[in-house]
Design a protein around this ligand. Structure first.
Ligand SMILES: [Zn+2]
Length: 383
C-alpha cells in the first residue's frame, strides 16, 4: 500500500512537472516569436503596449481624424484586430501635402473600399474657386453625389481664414456668405462638418523649442504666422468660426485639433456651452492635454464627456512603408490610452506626465459613442 501510494505520488509529480515544462516551453516560444509578449516579459511590473491596445480595442474605438491614402492588407488587418473605425479625411491644399485633390480622393476611396466596415470618407471641396459664378451650386452638387456614395463628413481647412483672399484683398473667412448653401446642404443631408480653422497659438508666437509644434513651423514657414504679421490674427479667425456656429445651428461641426483652443480647456468649454452644435476632436493636440494642468484637463473631459471625439491625425501615405505606419499607429494608440485611461506615468518633452485615469463610461464616450453620434454613419456596417 505504502509503496503504491509513493509510486502514485511520484508519477503524479513527474507528470505535473512535465506539464509545467511543456507550458513553459510554449510560453518561451510565444515570447520569442511575438514582440508583444517580449515587451510584457521585459517589463513585467508595468502594463505593456499590448495590454493597452487590447483595452483600447475592447471599446470598439473610432479614430475620427486620419489621413490614409494607401491600401495594404496588413493595414486592414490592423483595423480588424483593434476593432477600429476611422474617418479618412481629404484636405484641399494647393501645396499638395496629400497630392492633387482628385488623385487624393481616389486614393482615400481606395483605402475605404479596402477596409470594409472600418473606414468612412470625409470629403472636401476646392475653396480656391469660390469666385466662380456657380461655385456654391457646383459644390453642393458634388457633395450630394459624394454623400450618395457613402461620404459621411466634409472638411474645411485652415486655408480658409489664413491663405485665400477675396478680390478686395481681405482674407476669405469660414463664415463667408459664399459657403452658406454648402453648409445648408451638409446639414440637410445629416452629415458633419469637420472644421480645421486657425492654428495653435504658437503659430503667432516667437519660436519656442518647447512647443509641440516647433518643428512643424520650422519646416512650414509659409504657415508660421509669426513671420506673416499681415495675415489675420487668431482671434479674428476663431470669431468667424464662432459666427459660422451661431449662423448654422442645424449644422453639426467638429472642431478639429481641439477647435484650435489647444492651450486652454476653459476656452473650449465656453464655446461648447454657447454652441450646442459644436464638438471638438483631439487630433494632433493630445500633447497639449498632457502638458496642461492634470486636474483641469481631467475635469473638463468629465464635464464635457459628450463633446470630445478621439482623433489622432495619423497618416498612411502612398510613399510610406507599411510596417513604419503600423508601428506609428499602434504606438500612438497605446500612448494615448496610457494617458487617458491609466494612472501610469509617461515621459514627454523631459517631463513626467501622470495619466488621467478617466472613468470607463467617459472613455467609452470619447473613444466610441461621441463619434457615432456626431458623425452618423462612421461605424455603420457595410451594406
Ligand atoms: Zn488632419
Amino acid at each position: 500500500m505504502e509503496n503504491m501510494r509513493a509510486h502514485f505520488k511520484k508519477v503524479l509529480l513527474s507528470s505535473l512537472l512535465a506539464a509545467a515544462v511543456a507550458a513553459l516551453a510554449v510560453l518561451a516560444i510565444r515570447v520569442a516569436a511575438n514582440p508583444m509578449f517580449a515587451a510584457a516579459a521585459a517589463a513585467p511590473s508595468r502594463a505593456s503596449a499590448a495590454d493597452e491596445l487590447q483595452a483600447f480595442a475592447a471599446l470598439q474605438p473610432v479614430d475620427t481624424h486620419v489621413h490614409a491614402f494607401k491600401s495594404d492588407p496588413a493595414f486592414t488587418d490592423l483595423l480588424a484586430r483593434l476593432q477600429l473605425h476611422v474617418l479618412d479625411i481629404c484636405v484641399a491644399d494647393t501645396q499638395g501635402i496629400y497630392g492633387e485633390l482628385a488623385a487624393q480622393l481616389a486614393r482615400a476611396k481606395g483605402f475605404v473600399q479596402a477596409s470594409p466596415g472600418h473606414a468612412r470618407l470625409c470629403v472636401t471641396f476646392n475653396p480656391f474657386t469660390f469666385q466662380q459664378k456657380d461655385f456654391a451650386q457646383d459644390t453642393v452638387k458634388q457633395l450630394h453625389q459624394e454623400f450618395a456614395e457613402g461620404a459621411v463628413a466634409v472638411k474645411i481647412w485652415k486655408n480658409i481664414g489664413m491663405e485665400i483672399k477675396t478680390p478686395d484683398g481681405k482674407y476669405l473667412m469660414p463664415d463667408d456668405a459664399v459657403f452658406a448653401p454648402i453648409y445648408r446642404e451638409i446639414a440637410a443631408e445629416n452629415k458633419t462638418l469637420v472644421a480645421h480653422v486657425a492654428e495653435p497659438s504658437s503659430c503667432w508666437q516667437p519660436p519656442n523649442p518647447a512647443s509641440p509644434d516647433y518643428d512643424y513651423y520650422k519646416e512650414n514657414p509659409e504657415w508660421y504666422m509669426y513671420l506673416h504679421p499681415d495675415h489675420p490674427r487668431k482671434e479674428t479667425i476663431l470669431a468667424a468660426r464662432d459666427h459660422l456656429l451661431a449662423e448654422n445651428p442645424q449644422l453639426r461641426v467638429v472642431g478639429a485639433h481641439l477647435g484650435s483652443m489647444e492651450t486652454d480647456v476653459d476656452e473650449i468649454a465656453k464655446r461648447l456651452d454657447r454652441y450646442p452644435n459644436f464638438a471638438v476632436d483631439t487630433a494632433a493636440r493630445m500633447e497639449y492635454l498632457m502638458l496642461a494642468p492634470r486636474e483641469n484637463v481631467r475635469n473638463f473631459l468629465i464635464k464635457y464627456q459628450d463633446r470630445v471625439l478621439y482623433g489622432t491625425d495619423l497618416e498612411f501615405l502612398k510613399a510610406e512603408a507599411t510596417p513604419d505606419a503600423l508601428k506609428d499607429w499602434q504606438e500612438t494608440y497605446a500612448r494615448d490610452w496610457k494617458f487617458l485611461a491609466t494612472d501610469q506615468t509617461l515621459q514627454l518633452r523631459g517631463r513626467s506626465i501622470e495619466g488621467l485615469n478617466l472613468p470607463e463610461p467617459v472613455l467609452r464616450r470619447i473613444y466610441h459613442d461621441n463619434a457615432v453620434r456626431w458623425i452618423p454613419g462612421i461605424a455603420a456596417s457595410p451594406k
